[in-house]
Write a protein that binds this ligand. Structure first.
Ligand SMILES: Cc1cc2nc3c(=O)[nH]c(=O)nc-3n(C[C@H](O)[C@H](O)[C@H](O)COP(=O)(O)O)c2cc1C
Length: 356
């Protein structure tokens, strides 16, 4: 080695493991960075997606799932769930259901609403959805799944994607077959959450079926499940060869996760998010909930849900969570958060007084 040669700069290529892609395309839509905000019912409405977009780092956002039957009936709630910002692109609207013609009609509405991508939910484990053969129940009913894909594909011209679990249960981890069918019928990207429906949110990390699917398919495959930081994102890329990763709960706990992962992929120094920034973002989010929900009660419910995740890792977080959970109004919750962060600043300087 020539000791006198200048040290090469630390480029992203040096830091990022070889072969990890930085983007993928769904037809003509480039997803860059290849980090996707997961659809989450009761979470990824317009207010939360705005928060994520403002912080940055996600290449694609997805709405919470929307019932195809409700959307085609023109239910106000469904239309509200499907609302997107004019500058929120690329964005996918996700729909679910079991009736092929209702799904096709809903997909047309999704297209008319200006979504870049229509995403079909083949993964929801909830009893309510599965009882009607929607969501992950479709993994057990390949014929119906095929009919749905065919009907939707024929109805819309925008790109169509599908999100699924790796199977219905441990004996039926058939996502490679369902994904293959989807590709053959014109679906243009597949996201796979490694868990089966039976796993719900536990189980041992088993990403092998994502890897098999990726090997078989020529369309992009996005890996999902338990990604919370750069290391877990890189592990998903490395272990499956996937084209992109999707992050769900990790983004509620830490809305900066996309920015962090992206930054590290590019070899940038880690951005430090201090307590004041967390306060600002949480209060901003509370205010946007207040503006979005029609009732104080609705806003408060959502704020409590998000705070349960968001406050993880903060000092004395359980006390803060309890105070927020007991709040009777938006103002009371905002007051509790402000008091907590004021106290935190003081505790940092003077130490926390002993609790009597
Ligand atoms: C509160 C919550 C709501 C969810 N709602 C949806 C949904 O509407 N559509 C969907 O496809 N998946 C939904 N999921 C599953 C997530 O999109 C994702 O697949 C799952 O949480 C695993 O990713 P994670 O480990 O990064 O959270 C939901 C998950 C959570 C925690």
């Amino acid at each position: 080695m020539d000791e006198s040669a200048p040290t090469p700069p630390m480029t992203a290529d040096v830091l990022q493991p070889a072969g990890v892609p930085r983007s993928y395309s769904v037809r003509n839509i480039r997803i860059e960075p290849n980090l996707v905000l997961a659809p989450m019912e009761g979470v990824t409405d317009l207010t939360f997606r705005r928060l994520i977009r403002k912080i940055g780092g996600a290449g694609l956002t997805v709405t919470e799932f929307i019932a195809s039957e409700g959307l085609r009936r023109g239910a106000d709630k469904m239309e509200e769930m499907a609302r997107i910002d004019p500058d929120e692109h690329p964005v996918a609207i996700q729909i679910y259901g079991r009736n092929p013609s209702a799904m096709a009609e809903a997909a047309k509405i999704v297209q008319d609403l200006g979504a870049d991508i229509c995403d079909l939910n083949f993964g929801c484990p909830s009893k309510k959805v599965c009882a009607h053969s929607g969501g992950s129940a479709l993994l057990k009913d390949p014929e119906l799944a095929t009919e749905i894909v065919k009907a939707v594909r024929a109805a819309i011209h925008i790109p169509l994607t599908v999100k699924m679990r790796s199977g219905f249960d441990a004996e039926n981890r058939n996502c490679p077959d369902i994904a293959w069918m989807c590709q053959e019928e014109g679906v243009e990207a597949i996201t796979i959450h490694w868990r089966t429906r039976a796993d719900l949110y536990s189980g041992t990390r088993a990403v092998d079926k994502i890897a098999v699917t990726k090997q078989r398919l020529s369309i992009p495959v996005i890996g999902n499940g338990d990604i919370v930081d750069y290391a877990s994102a890189m592990a998903m890329f490395r272990d499956t060869g996937c084209d992109g990763v999707m992050i769900g709960r990790g983004a509620i706990k830490n809305p900066w996760v996309f920015q962090h992962v992206r930054g590290q992929m590019l070899g940038q120094p880690a951005v430090v998010v201090d307590a004041e920034e967390k306060r600002r973002v949480l209060i901003d989010y509370y205010e946007s909930c207040r503006a979005w929900f029609r009732s104080d009660r609705g806003a408060l419910g959502r704020m409590k849900k998000i705070s349960n995740y968001f406050t993880h890792g903060l000092p004395y977080a359980s006390e803060l969570r309890t105070t927020i959970l007991r709040s009777q109004s938006v103002d009371e919750a905002i007051g509790a958060v402000n008091r907590y962060f004021d106290d935190l600043a003081e505790w940092r300087e003077k130490g926390r007084p002993a609790v009597e």
